[in-house]
Design a protein around this ligand. Sequence first.
Ligand code: GAL
Length: 718
Amino acid sequence: MENMKKKMILGALAILMLLPVHAQIAWKQVEPGVWKGVVGTPEDYSLLDVAAVTPLKESFARLPEVALPALANEIVGSIQDGKTSLRIPLQKKEQLYGFGLNFQTVHQRGKILNLHVDHYGGKDNGRTHAPVPFYISSLGYGVFINSARYLTVYAGSGARKDSPNAPVVKDRNTDKTWTASPYSDAVSILVPAPGAEIYIFAGPTPMDVIRRYNLFCGGGTLPPRWGLGFTQRTQKLYTAEDVEKEADEFERQGYPLDFIGLEPGWQSKAYPCTLEWDEKRYTDPAGFVKTMLDKGIRINLWTNPYISPESEAYKEMYPVSGSHTVWCGIVPDLAGEKGRQLWKDKLEKEHINIGVSGYKIDEVDGYDRYVWPDVATFPSGISAEQMRQTYGLWVQRTTADLYKKRNQRTFGLVRASNGGSSSFPYVIYNDYYSHQDFITALINSGFSGVLWTPEVRGSKSAEEWLRRFQSVVFSPMAMINAWASGTKPWSFPEVAKQVKEYALLRMQMMPYWYTEFARYHFDGIPPFRAINLEPGFNPEQIITSELKTSNLEDNPYLEAIAKEIKDQYMAGEYLLVAPMFAGQTKRTVMLPKGNWYDFYTGKYVGNGERITVSPGLDRIPVFVKDGAIIPFMEATLHAPKAGQKINLEIRHYGKADGAYRLYDDDGETFDYEKGVYSWRNIKVTRDKKGRLHGTISKAEKGKPNSIATVTWKFMTQE
Ligand code: GAL
């Protein structure tokens, strides 16, 4: 009898073990407004560990105090089949943003994504350069899954039979609003591991959510000033003489240039790479780098991490590389200390010690054939899948460390990234080339703690060339990538003058760009971001009549994307940029509530409305908020060096009073982390006669001060 009972209990237990285990999550506050919850047994290897995030603690104090969002207690996790599924509730009117670097839509509700590091293949299916498992809700909270696995996300698709908010059943024969993917009341995420770590970021606003995420990841990156100047990537197979000549040509023609990127050809072998200079094209690498530095131009090196059998590093790296090769090159196991150290030593010895200022680290994303297969193994024991999800993080972290150690800032390019990377000094790029989708990616980068450049390569016409150039000037990295095309800023003589004007505008706006990046660092505010984050923006404003008939019950995805704005964005605190694309002579611009002014003339343009503009080829439409204060400097060909003084021209727009804090530091080192920086208060108010009047606070003694003289320009004439 006893035995029988025992057997029955054991049997019942066995059945229970086969059923998914639903667990209520215990939330632990880890920073103000940031909570961590654990389901099952998460893996040791995670995105945040690889990125080695160190929260910027002191900055959280500047955000409003918040309580754990109520939905946290409704999040459930269950484990079945060695995998964890998470269910995070959604409300009817909620919109979702983020899930990494998407190229075609800003709203993500209703999508099914497989978050997988890859080269973007033309479809927003989760395979992208930075498939960051982080989303932000329009209701003002965010969710991050700290897993280095390929995650499957049902972003409000898939309805449970026991849902209290189930979609309405419809007859496909008779009801036109029938849809294959009806409304769902939750985001479901499948993590292929027996546990997961989840983070909740509170608002109250979606912008606050993003700020907390970026601050949690160490604060956004603060590039050196030169990183915000202009950069040209020269054609492949260039020699030292070709590069020097090109730099001289920029100078002679009066186009700004801060750094040059060398593309394949500087190494003795590429694909796989030796990491060693080609002796014929670069007979004296150290002398070459020095000559360039003397011209005021820094050198950035293209490479991929796969090491050629012809490299001196090959033999030693062999035992600490993966089981599979990439184009016959070995893959350094960067998750292991030894592999990382050997890679660092090589870069340091060959490049950094002779003055190279940064890297473009290519081919760390995928295309599947361009990386190791998922069956590869690595000596560190990290699986091929986890390595694929984190290799971009590793190359950023290791190279960033090398520069940090020298107290020298860098700013470079990378083709893969993931969660936790906000503080890495890298900008993502790719081989895709849709100007429109590049702008949508720029918008989405702001939701994921990454930077993106809509780089200019070639163009079919002078019009396209100028349109692309105008956009890249209002982005994190103003760049021509001429590796294949050999283009120069002046390649289309019909628009060479306009291109120069915009390249110089980039330089004139340096104090603004630099301050906005300081805000990215200290406050977590993305310098380039969606209009959806702008106070005064109301998405309901843009619902067109045909949409009035649809709702989230019918088709969440279609409704969401029909409401979105994916071709205009905010650049810094005050600017709304609305790029023009080749073939367009006019476009509409959605202005959030508040008075907006034309960037070039200071004239009033509208308030909380959709306007149509036809600016002509010479202008990219840019609009400015009422009361904006935008610091300009003279148009120089190189960014100011540490300690160099500039003449400030402070522009004010609109009728409202204005206040701005202008950031300053040496622009080159990490001394700002020790408090060696300053913020100058700029104010514009009206005097008794109603005339605008500007003031700037005095430079603090012993603090960095790059300002020589100040002039004022009140752009909006009454
Ligand atoms: C590509 C990269 C290009 C260029 C090229 C050089 O993979 O995306 O920007 O660097 O390699 O071969």
